[in-house]
Design a binder for this molecule. Sequence first.
Ligand code: DAH
Length: 339
Amino acid sequence: MKEKLKAIVEEALTSINASEELDKLNEIRVAFLGKKGQLTDLLKSLKDVAPEDRPAVGQMVNEARTALEEKLEEKKNYFAKKIREEQIKRETIDVTLPAKKPMVGHRHPNTIALEEAERIFVGMGYEVVEGPEVEYDYYNFEALNIPANHPAKDEQDTFYVTSNILLRTQTSPVQVRVMEKGKLPIRMIAPGRVFRSDEVDATHSPSFHQIEGLVIDKNITFADLKGTLAEFARQLFGEDTKVKFRPHHFPFTEPSAEVDVTCFKCGGSGCRFCKGSGWIEILGCGMVHPRVLEMSGIDPNEYSGFAFGMGLERIALLKYEIDDMRLLYENDARFLKQF
Ligand code: DAH
């Protein structure tokens, strides 16, 4: 019996030492210490041992059992440690890996064009001011010399909040608001959103943006207007850009003009971009009408001034050669990323 026990213990120890994974240890435990295990079997055959020897043999078997259990536990801990070490090694963070960059937004073409225009005018000593988008009929029309029955009111149909409050159709009312304050001289631009009841197409939107300009001082002439806008065009579209003033009509300026710049694509010789004419229209302007000055409390005999207004989208479309205004409002990142 002693020999048998020794053999079993030796076999068990060899198996434990040779085992290479945790599952194997369980198999060994079952094979030797389980209900039908070899050591358990041996304990069962204790009845065949002479009664006087039983306690000693029983003790031997129990000691062997404890020894095997300890050995199994030891090996189990060894495996647990090894598994943990491997896991740590596997999960080590490689700090040299390129990081995931957070998506950074991008300025909209409108914003880029606006900042460019602001930079140019601020450089010429202009102040940037803002006016309300919800405006009184008085500021949007009346004070700009557009009385109730004037046909210009038809062209600028808009969204009315009440019969005398509306969404402004132009940034020109900001001229009146600044003049009314009575602080002279004035040299300002007023960018902002405007509204008209227009259908959406490649060149129209019910909501778009304008940049208004106003200069009031003593002895301001059309020459100042011309020089200012020529300089603006050169800075915005390039040194060689020339400007052309075409007579036009606006109720709040007299004389009035529309301004064309030489096509920056072909330099003026005519191309698809400028529809063969060599010129591209960019804004409306004129000398502030004496009636407009008077209505805002400025003496037209002492002061004179010029004003201009341009569509911001139009500038952005021209500058970036975009052929459809709707692209500016669709928020398609694939489009916006290009600028
Ligand atoms: N407000 C005009 C429009 O929306 C544009 C304009 C023309 C503004 C001439 C001006 C100006 O200040 O002098 O069509």
